[in-house]
Design a protein around this ligand. Structure first.
Ligand code: UDP
Length: 400
């Protein structure tokens, strides 16, 4: 079995990390996950018996706005990390970079060790989220050093190609999910609703880290256009320094007098029972979502879902068949669909049922992991072929 060195810059469990967790499980006897920061993600990997090592204790500072000069100076900060990765990667067959900074380090390691590099791209490389320099850096490094780019949706792939990415090395693979994990005993649900004092309410769930582009404020705004018994639970926390936004959300709730109708539940490691306690799940990102794990998770929980019509969400939801799509940032339209769902519970149930069946087929983890494994095997065999040819050429030259 091939040995893989996975690299990820984050110590926190965002969507990209949760996706990696599911991929790395398959390789737990032959892999190492190298992280560039300590945190709860490391614990999740350990719980799954996946070998993990934090490779640096120095925070890597590359902001969205960073320029090339700042980028280069941060490169000098990470020299010890790079040397470590080069050394470790000699014991592995493949380097699998799961984030942008991991790509930078992985590309340099590839240069020194010749281990094939895979880049799993979880971001839409648009100027909403990346500086021009960082976007260019990602594309240039991927084109020059990666043997394969795995895009987490067609939308992610399109943005990568538009930024100059090489289509020949780019493949779309969706995130995988174990559908039976979302099919839990629902006896706890009543208790949860009781504890949260939402038994008599129509409960809307929002499951996302708190961040301006995730658009929790849009849902809060939408509540003002819904009857009093419509309540929202916001599950998630500011993961990447968005504390100002959290303050803003609390202020918005207070100003609109919605204290009783909006509950901030913070980050929850097990979202399934809470999703089950909701009547409806909303996804309200105001910039295109690269994939949108929560949308699939809502479907697998058999809950109707309303998602913002952009990016990967369009590939996940078929409007009115497996959920609803609304214009990103439009709270009035969101409220209209919420009210429509509230008034048509049977329709919602049918849609949620259909979505559950389709999602459990389309995104089944074993199937997705097989796709990834096939791609990695392909990379390895190309690499062996390349090495064999190089050897042949060298021997022929020596004979001459
Ligand atoms: N999530 C979680 N606990 C929370 C909030 C979110 O475990 O309190 C999970 C959520 O279930 C999903 C992931 O975090 O699997 C977020 O992935 P998504 O693709 O929706 O967004 P990203 O964070 O990657 O932008």
């Amino acid at each position: 079995m091939m040995k893989i060195l996975f690299l990820d810059q984050s110590g926190k469990p965002g969507g990209a990390e949760l996706c990696l967790l599911d991929i790395a499980k398959t390789y737990r006897d032959n892999c190492l996950v190298g992280l560039f920061a300590d945190g709860a993600f490391k614990e999740l990997l350990e719980q799954q018996q996946i070998p993990v090592q934090v490779l640096t204790n120095q925070a890597i500072k590359v902001s969205k706005e960073s320029s090339l000069i700042q980028g280069l100076s941060s490169l000098s900060q990470i020299t010890p990390l790079i040397s470590k990765v080069i050394k470790i990667s000699r014991n592995y067959d493949l380097i699998y970079a799961n984030t942008q900074k991991a790509l930078v380090v992985g590309a340099i390691a590839n240069l020194f060790t010749n281990r094939p590099l895979i880049y799993h791209l979880h971001d839409i490389l648009s100027l909403d989220h990346f500086s021009k320099t960082n976007r260019q850096l990602a594309v240039t490094l991927a084109n020059r050093f990666a043997s394969l780019v795995i895009a987490n949706s067609q939308a992610t792939k399109t943005a990568f190609l538009e930024a100059g990415g090489n289509p020949e090395i780019t493949q779309v693979v969706y995130n995988g999910f174990t559908s039976k994990n979302y099919d839990i005993d629902e006896s706890k649900v009543h208790q949860i609703r009781q504890n949260l004092e939402i038994e008599q309410q129509f409960v809307i769930g929002h499951f996302s880290r708190l961040s301006p582009w995730k658009g929790q404020h849009i849902l809060i705004e939408a509540l003002t256009h819904c009857p009093e018994n419509v309540t929202a639970i916001l599950v998630g926390d500011a993961l990447f320094g968005e504390e100002d936004y959290v303050q803003q959300l609390h202020k918005q709730v207070a100003e609109l007098g919605l204290e009783k109708r909006v509950k901030f539940l913070g980050f929850q490691a097990d979202i399934v029972p809470l999703m089950k306690a909701c009547d409806l799940i909303t996804h309200t990102s105001i910039s295109p979502e690269p994939f949108g794990r929560v949308i699939v998770e809502a479907m697998l929980c058999r809950k109707p879902v309303i998602a913002a019509k952009a990016g990967g969400a369009i590939e996940l939801v078929e409007h009115q068949t497996t959920g609803w799509l609304v214009t990103p940032g439009n709270s009035l339209e969101l409220a209209e669909i919420i009210n429509h769902c509230r008034q048509h519970p049977e329709l919602c149930q049918t849609v949620a049922q259909q979505a559950q069946i389709l999602a459990s087929q389309r995104f089944e983890l074993t199937k997705i992991n097989q796709q990834i494994s096939q791609l990695l095997i392909g990379v390895m065999s190309c690499d062996e072929e390349r090495k064999r040819l190089r050897k042949e050429i060298l021997t022929a030259e020596q004979r001459r």
